[in-house]
Design a protein around this ligand. Structure first.
Ligand SMILES: [Fe+2]
Ligand SMILES: [Fe+2]
Length: 169
């Protein structure tokens, strides 16, 4: 049985994951309006990943005999200055999410909740990838100065990204 404190903290995190989905959909819509369908695809896939993160928490709380409840999801930003500013914001957001996952882990450790500790390890590892994937694109955009042929080539590269649900539970 999950503690009330852990349950509440995970419910907060479900809200943050759903906000992440919303934020990335907003970024996808921005790129769609710019005519950059590869970048749009990247963020549509990213949004699916965030939904997966939320649902993974959802199932965990239910499996442990807890209760999931939903709260209001904040409105994401809708306007961005440039492709690079989108990715800088996405990276900043992932760094923030990593700090939230670390706080969840702190609670699990304090409560001697080994099941939550084991479960949260997946998210700790996932956040390393999440930050790295945004950081990689920030760096590529810096190299091509966010424009020209380089931008179109990167758009083509990102068009190939597909969503594959992680097999590791
Ligand atoms: Fe996430
Ligand atoms: Fe993420």
């Amino acid at each position: 049985m999950i503690s009330q404190k852990m349950q509440d903290a995970i419910n907060q995190q479900i809200n943050k994951e759903l906000y992440s989905e919303y934020l990335y959909l907003s970024m996808a819509a921005y790129f769609s309006a710019q005519g950059l369908s590869g970048f749009e695809n990247f963020f549509l896939v990213q949004a699916e990943e965030e939904r997966f993160h939320a649902l993974k928490f959802y199932h965990f709380v239910n499996e442990r005999g807890g209760r999931v409840y939903f709260q209001k999801i904040d409105q994401p930003e809708t306007e961005f200055k440039s492709p690079i500013s989108v990715f800088e914001k996405a990276l900043e957001h992932e760094q923030y999410v990593s700090s939230l996952i670390n706080k969840l882990m702190d609670i699990a450790i304090k409560e001697n909740d080994h099941a939550s500790k084991s479960f949260l390890t997946w998210y700790v590892d996932e956040q390393v990838e999440e930050e790295d994937s945004m950081d990689t694109i920030v760096n590529k955009l810096k190299i091509i100065k966010g424009q020209g042929n380089g931008l179109l080539m990167l758009d083509k590269e990102l068009a190939a990204r597909t969503f594959t649900p992680p097999t590791t539970d």
